[in-house]
Ligand binder design. Structure first.
Ligand code: NAD
Length: 351
């Protein structure tokens, strides 16, 4: 089936990988990337696909009802993969309302337009909402998040994503909108804005700057290579069951400090520095407010029902990621100019 597919947030980190995969793999699909190009959105992430005939870009805000309406009119979408969001927990602590606006209201605006345009014929339509494992809250040392785990969001970011998930399911139950949701663990890979742990550490190590680690570095996260997340989204988009939720994860838990130590080792090797040089840059900083201890996702359902599994071991993925950042200095320089410095100083220097 040919698709008229709207991808929101396609200029961001994960979105750009999803756009690239779909544009290259499905030449018959008409793919429209809608992005507001906030600080996290960057069309340079898509230089290799921008000339493809099945791809187009629209700049706009998902909270702008009239604009979204006009976009549905213009393209007659039959499917949506919704990734646009404010995505950084630390920023959500500084400015929760921006997260409520984009993540909750923006999602509702998209749902509403989809409902309006599809109400007479829901056959073959799909609203796919991309979400996070953070909606499930925090785990102790044992246990995993399952699709049946009760929501218990604890940061403004996760609360806004949990709320958007609930609206997606509410539109399914109330209006029979065909939806699917996936909740994924932490992603890493190329084109990741250097405010998140891994790209920030790579950037700072390279520039001999302190590498901030929250608290004692004891927090545990599951990590998945971003290309594997994009593959999971492809699988779920085409084969997921309407009304279902799928957890996506790497079966790959790391304490932050162990991850940073591994990254330091890789960076020493890549930069031809004596072993142990980069680790000297590790600097413990005051913990994030309400920092969840451990997230661990059980992706068995996606594996058993749809046959997806991660394609890379963590060290291999991390090496690929480091290589990309070292080979793409111009990208990094571009995104770390201007506002980035202001954010960075507010977040780490005044502690
Ligand atoms: P990102 O911050 O890199 O990209 C978000 C994109 O959305 C940017 O291009 C930005 O310009 C765009 N955007 C923001 N507000 C917008 C608005 N109002 N209108 C239109 N576009 C807007 O985020 P990411 O890390 O790529 O995450 C993408 C999605 O995946 C998010 O929904 C996030 O919650 C989810 N997710 C992320 C992770 C992760 O580890 N990064 C893990 C699980 C789920």
């Amino acid at each position: 089936m040919k698709r008229k597919l709207l991808i929101t947030g396609g200029a961001g980190f994960i979105g750009s990988h999803v756009v690239r995969l779909f544009v290259n793999k499905y030449p018959d699909y008409q793919i429209v990337n809608l992005d507001a190009l906030t600080y996290a959105g960057n069309l340079e992430n898509l230089v290799d696909v921008k000339e493809q005939p099945n791809y187009s870009f629209e700049k706009g805000d998902i909270t702008d009802e009239a604009f979204i309406e006009q976009l549905f009119e213009k393209y007659q979408f039959d499917s949506v993969i919704h990734l646009a969001a404010e995505s950084h927990v630390d920023r959500s602590i500084m400015d929760p309302l921006a997260f409520i606006k984009t993540n909750v209201l923006g999602t509702a605006v998209l749902l509403n337009s989809a409902k309006k345009h599809w109400k007479d014929n829901m056959e073959g339509k799909l609203f796919y909402h991309v979400s996070t494992d953070e909606v499930y809250g925090s785990l102790g040392e044992e246990g995993f998040f399952l699709e049946t785990t009760a929501y218990d969001p604890r940061s403004p970011y996760s609360a806004s994503k949990a709320s958007s998930d609930h609206f997606v399911m509410a539109y399914h139950h109330t209006y029979h909108l065909p939806v699917v949701i996936s909740n994924c663990s932490n992603n890493y890979g190329s084109h990741h804005f250097p405010e998140k742990l891994i790209p920030l550490a790579i950037h700072n190590i390279k520039n001999n700057k302190p590498v901030p680690v929250y608290g004692k570095g004891e927090n545990v996260r599951d990590w998945l290579f971003v290309n594997d997340h994009a593959r999971a989204i492809d699988t779920i988009f085409h084969h997921g069951k309407i009304g279902d939720t799928y957890n996506v994860g790497g079966f790959n838990e790391w304490k932050n400090i162990d991850l940073i130590q591994l990254l330091c080792k890789i960076m020493d090797k890549k930069l031809a520095r004596p072993e142990g040089t980069s680790a000297q840059l590790i600097t413990y900083v005051k913990d994030r407010a309400g920092h969840d201890l451990r997230y661990a996702i059980d992706a068995t359902k996606l594996n058993k029902e749809l046959g997806w599994e991660p394609s890379l071991q963590f060290e291999e993925g991390l090496e690929k990621t480091v290589d990309w950042y070292l080979e793409n200095e111009a990208w990094l320089k571009n995104v770390t100019s201007g506002d980035y410095q202001k954010y960075y100083n507010e977040q780490y220097q005044k502690r």
